[in-house]
Ligand binder design. Structure first.
Ligand code: DGJ
Length: 751
């Protein structure tokens, strides 16, 4: 069904019903005060002439908006964009300070506009329609009592995914300056609080750990004030009915298309309702809004699933793949890459790199990526960030010389950069001390020996753009890994007056986006991968610029199961940078089979991060086969539906997942048995997402199994009979701890 926005009711009190046959989002306007009221978000409901049955008014004492009207307390009203200062004492979406010092705001409805086309948001990531008629946009125009402030709430609904996006634009059409203390992107008031909150925590090398807890009364904040989204907490949150699991039950998913300080918050209020807020973190934020100026919030997305967490993830995956990620046409599927980092760190020269690339080519790799260490005099991490000139000691022919050599081998060429950073001693540091974020007269904290450039200054963005163009012009670079290896501290911009220092974090993020946009415009065929000490900036905002992101510096296949499992909750596999690295693993010291390492990486972008010179001939043969196999599966993994079957967070000894092509003709299943537990050999793994009526051939690790119908595979499941057999006779990777079993399912052509 097409996306629709249906308008019913009287002209002054219209009701808006956004639907696409999968979901409905319904907004009313209250009788007396004309406040946009949230009526419904969930499974699609049939359009009707009126929706009064969704209006729920209670007589309440307390602070009232209208004298003698006990139904007029805003504390009990589900609102689209609640503001601070009247009878709603919950945390607001909007908080302003007015010239006389008060913070009291009342937004009321004025008019609306429906658009069949979604415009980009100035300077920010923004979802888009793929075809001329797959997206509908509703704008609600609100006005503030007395100040001249106009607020536009924007909603988008898409024909092919159970998602609604939200954002707000504030425009001061009055004559006085206002201060925005908070302007969230999304506010959703749910009628009850019978939910579990799911969110993610972690840090370097242990990103995206899933945590689930019943929603309690009070406020729960998931947030970052680190200048980036970070891995400590991430903006992605979900509200799941307590009975909901991976396969069934209602789940609402929320995410912010933004890469800076964020707040994702739930508040269970006095009437038992739940308020969800997502947006720029209001701490460390204050924006001066002068007459004639406007402020645009980032966009947020919410998805609905009644098929549990897998359904939520699939909605997110489809939304990002179809309506957010801009991939260069030449790289519709990610190239299989070899990254130099774990293979040689800073220790390389042109000959070593070319020889790595030669072996990579023999094994079938598409793209050779030169990671850190190619510029300035960077033999370790103490120097040269900000000086983006190739190090002629290592690369006598520069980047273009190396790139031409790699291209001559038939490989694409990729390069690492970390443009936001500076090391002491570089020309930028010496010549422009005021470009560095630090407070005059106060100490500045280094991290990895580096400091952060003030990306909020246009001249910094231009300097970096010009330096990078000097490297990239004519060099034929096909891929860039954009890294960012520290958080922002000692916030101060030399370019802003004292009264506007709290704009720095957001301006920084806008500057990063601007540099991305300028590079993308100039080099539309370059594929970007974002990175921040692993997955410290794996967020939906970045996906707009960089279609893939490095999930974690932890390349250990066992650790990766949890990290990729958690990441898959909100992000598509085609965006998840995943590499096979050497053993013992450089982070954990663990030794695992090539089979395990390559299976785990095959549920991501797939690549290698090791020194090919250290591989045995047998390993090279195996890798060549793995790459050829991956290329056959890649369309299923990158474009299909992903199902988590058994969670490593629930069962430390077992994990299983699978990808099914959208037409359900093919599926790729992986079962990871991390610990051999005697007595549990006959594990059954019920599959998911298959066509119940289709007959599938099942190619397993030890035999070709009898073809089975989809319903049979989803109910009776695959039987892991692996260690019934003589363990010592099973191939590497299929016995003992850290074993892996993969299955390919193919529908049998039916007459
Ligand atoms: C951190 C990244 O996560 C690594 O992959 C690598 O690129 C290093 N930085 C290089 O300094």
């Amino acid at each position: 069904m097409q996306a629709q926005i249906l308008v019913t009711g009287p002209e002054k009190r219209p009701v808006f019903h956004l639907t696409n046959g999968q979901i409905s989002y319904i907004i009313g306007i209250t009788e007396r005060a004309a406040i946009p009221e949230q009526l419904y978000f969930g499974a699609a409901i049939r359009p009707q002439a009126g929706y009064d049955f969704l209006i729920d008014r209670e007589n309440r004492n307390g602070v009232l908006l209208f004298d003698q009207d006990p139904t007029s307390s805003l504390d009990y009203l589900g609102q689209e964009y609640p503001s601070y200062g009247h009878s709603d004492f919950r945390q607001p979406a909007l908080q302003l300070t007015y010239p006389q010092g008060d913070q009291v705001t009342l937004l009321t409805y004025e008019s609306y506009r429906i658009l069949a086309h979604k415009e980009p948001l100035p300077g920010l990531p923004a979802s888009f329609g793929r075809t001329p008629d797959d997206t509908m946009v509703l704008e609600l125009h609100l006005k503030d009592e007395g100040s001249g402030l106009k607020v536009t709430l924007q909603y988008a609904i898409f024909s092919d995914v159970a998602a609604v996006t939200r954002s707000a634009r504030l425009e001061q059409s009055g004559t006085e300056t206002l201060w925005i203390d908070r302007a969230m992107s999304l506010a959703l008031d749910l009628p009850d609080h019978d939910y579990d909150l799911i969110h993610f925590y972690g840090g370097w090398a242990h990103e995206m750990n899933l945590e689930r807890q019943p929603l309690q009364h009070g406020i729960y904040q998931v947030s970052s004030l680190r200048g980036v989204t970070s891995a400590v907490q991430t903006p992605l949150i979900a509200l799941a009915r307590p009975q909901a699991d991976e396969f069934q039950g209602q789940v609402l998913g929320f995410n912010l298309l933004y890469s800076g300080n964020f707040l994702s918050q739930t508040e269970t209020a006095l009437s038992g309702t739940t308020r969800v807020l997502l947006g720029i973190h209001p701490d460390l934020f204050r924006w001066e809004l002068k007459p004639g100026h406007s402020f645009q919030t980032p966009e947020a997305v919410m998805v609905y699933s009644h098929n549990g967490l897998n359904g939520m993830s699939q909605a997110f995956h489809d939304f990002y793949r179809r309506h957010l990620i801009r991939r260069p046409a030449s790289k519709a599927l990610s190239p299989v890459l070899l990254n130099s980092w774990e293979g040689c760190y800073f220790n390389f020269d042109q000959d070593r790199l070319v020889s790595m690339a030669e072996t990579a080519r023999e094994m079938g790799i598409d793209l050779f990526v030169l990671d850190d260490g190619w510029f300035g005099h960077r033999d370790d991490d103490t120097t040269s960030l900000g000086d983006w000139r190739p190090d002629r000691r290592k690369l006598p022919e520069g980047i273009s010389g190396l790139s031409h050599k790699i291209h001559a081998l038939g490989l694409q060429f990729g390069l690492w950069i970390e443009p936001e950073m500076v090391n002491p001693g570089t020309p930028i540091w010496e010549e422009h001390p005021d470009w560095v974020i630090r407070v005059p007269g106060k100490s500045a904290s280094p991290s990895r020996n580096q400091y952060v450039l003030d990306m909020g200054r246009p001249e910094v963005v231009t300097n970096l753009f010009d330096q990078l163009c000097r490297v990239l012009d004519g060099a034929g670079v096909d891929y860039i890994k954009w890294d960012m290896n520290r958080h922002l501290s000692e916030l101060y911009s030399h370019a802003l007056p004292a009264s506007r220092q709290s704009e720095l974090s957001h301006r920084y993020c806008l500057g990063v986006y601007q540099l991305y946009e300028r590079l993308l415009e100039r080099y539309p065929d370059i594929l970007f991968e974002s990175c921040s000490s692993g997955g410290q900036r794996f967020d939906a905002g970045m996906l707009y610029y960089a279609p893939q992101a490095w999930v974690s510096d932890n390349t250990d296949a066992v650790a990766r199961l949890k990290i990729q499992y958690g990441t898959s909750m909100g992000y598509p596999l085609a965006a998840m940078g995943a590499h096979v690295s050497a053993v013992p693993n450089h982070q954990t010291g663990r030794v695992t089979s090539l089979a395990l390492r390559s299976t785990v990486a095959s549920f991501g972008t797939f690549g290698y991060e090791l020194d090919p010179a250290q591989l045995t001939d047998a390993e090279k043969v195996r890798i060549k086969q793995d790459i050829a196999d991956f290329k056959k599966l890649q369309p299923i993994v990158a474009k299909g539906c992903f199902y988590r079957l058994i969670s490593p967070f629930d069962r430390p000894e077992l994990c299983a997942w699978m990808a099914v092509s959208k037409d359900r003709q093919q599926a790729y299943v992986a079962v990871f048995r991390l610990l051999e537990v005697m007595g549990q050999e006959r594990t059954r793994i019920p599959l998911a997402g298959l066509d119940p009526a289709l007959l599938y051939t099942v190619k397993g690790p030890w035999q070709s199994l009898t073809p089975r119908y989809g319903d049979n595979l989803m109910s009776a499941g695959l039987i892991l009979a692996g260690n019934k057999r003589d363990a010592s006779r099973q191939p590497d990777g299929q016995r003992g701890d850290f074993a892996v079993y993969t299955f390919m399912l193919e529908a049998v052509a039916q007459a």
